[in-house]
Design a protein around this ligand. Structure first.
Ligand code: P6P
Length: 335
């Protein structure tokens, strides 16, 4: 039963027992993400006012120029997650390797690993377009009491215990799942409290939005080209429209609310696509599936892919189930 104006804190306590491993740790983890999101939101909202959006000139492991806010957001989330004695390891888009957190007593007793894209779509910051944070949570696989290993991070998406995003848009929202549906909380910045504004988010039955960077059209696989022509065809009831913000979190968020498909396929420049499996595609796939949608690489379920490296990329087709299945039919023809 959804309580009007329930705060995130109240919601977590009410749903505490629903977490499989409920001992309060996962709740405390979500709480730490909530705090970090408020701090980052404050900086993102004033980015235009202070000289914080200029590129620092360095490049991250992805070879992308790091914006100061990328670095800031990365530091804030790592610091908040480290302070809460819940997480034993963190992997981030902004870090070449994973970070081991041994805990106050230095005895590696914490049970969760978090993979994070601290500020996705950061190239939009300088032009005041919404950006987002994406997070994915697993229980560690290796023995508690020992330092985490790469094995703890290279788990398939179907082992996630929680995933979510923060969208720093016209309003700031925290949207997450622990496997019991997707709930969206909107921040009231005046008092720093998140309120349950979008309970039980679900894709509408049908969708008519496709989100893809058509500037790469000539580099797309033939199946994607055929799917786009199908969407744009005159005949039949093709009510499709194109919406592409260039910020994964914003495009997926809109598509869950209004229906639609997001596609970042393989291209000749990025044969494995551009998006990263561990801290972009898996968490977004978990949310999309929990909201009644579908997420694949064009052929197989994203969350069944066994990762082989921290920063590996995969093609990403995610959204309204019928739209993803239509696109997969075109991909199948050329497999
Ligand atoms: P392109 C942002 O860099 C990002 O990772 C996603 O947020 C976004 O959907 C995509 O890349 C945009 O990439 O190549 O279309 O600019």
């Amino acid at each position: 039963m959804v309580k009007k104006n329930q705060t995130l804190g109240e919601f977590i306590i009410e749903n505490q027992e629903a977490f499989k491993y409920s001992s309060g740790e996962l709740s405390r983890l979500i709480n730490s993400i909530r705090l970090a999101a408020k701090v980052v939101n404050h900086e993102v909202n004033k980015a235009g006012l202070v000289d914080i959006t200029g590129a620092v000139g360095e490049t991250n492991v992805q070879g992308e120029e790091q914006q100061k806010l990328d670095v800031y957001a990365n530091e804030k989330f790592i610091q908040t997650l480290t302070n809460r004695e819940i997480v034993c390891g963190i992997a981030s888009e902004e870090e070449d390797d994973f970070i081991t957190i041994c805990g106050q007593k230095e005895n590696h007793q914490n049970k969760y690993v978090v993979l994070i894209d601290p500020l996705d779509g950061s190239s939009n910051i300088d032009v005041n377009v919404s950006v987002g944070t994406i997070f994915s949570v697993y229980r560690r696989k290796t023995k508690i009491g020992t330092p985490v290993t790469l094995e703890d991070f290279l788990q398939p998406g179907n082992a996630q215990v929680a995933a979510g995003y923060i969208v720093y848009g016209t309003s700031t929202m925290l949207v997450y799942t622990t496997g019991h549906g997707v709930n969206g909380f909107t921040l009231n910045p005046a008092i720093g409290t998140y309120y349950l504004s979008h309970p039980n988010m679900k894709f509408p039955e049908k969708g008519n939005i496709y989100s893809i960077n058509e500037g790469n059209y000539l580099q797309f696989p033939q199946g994607v080209k055929d799917y786009l022509k199908y969407c744009q065809a005159e005949e039949g009831d093709r009510p499709y429209t194109s919406r592409y913000i260039g910020s994964l979190v914003s495009d997926i968020h809109r598509n869950i609310l209004k229906g639609g498909i997001y596609i970042y396929p393989s291209t000749s420049k990025n044969p494995k696509g551009k998006l990263r499996l561990l801290y972009e595609c898996n968490p977004m796939a978990y949310l999309v599936e929990q909201a009644g949608g579908k997420a694949s690489d064009g052929y197989q379920r994203i969350m069944d892919i066994k990762p082989s490296s921290l920063h590996e990329r995969v093609p990403f087709f995610a959204g309204t189930t019928s739209m993803v299945e239509d696109a997969e039919k075109f991909m199948e023809k050329y497999k």
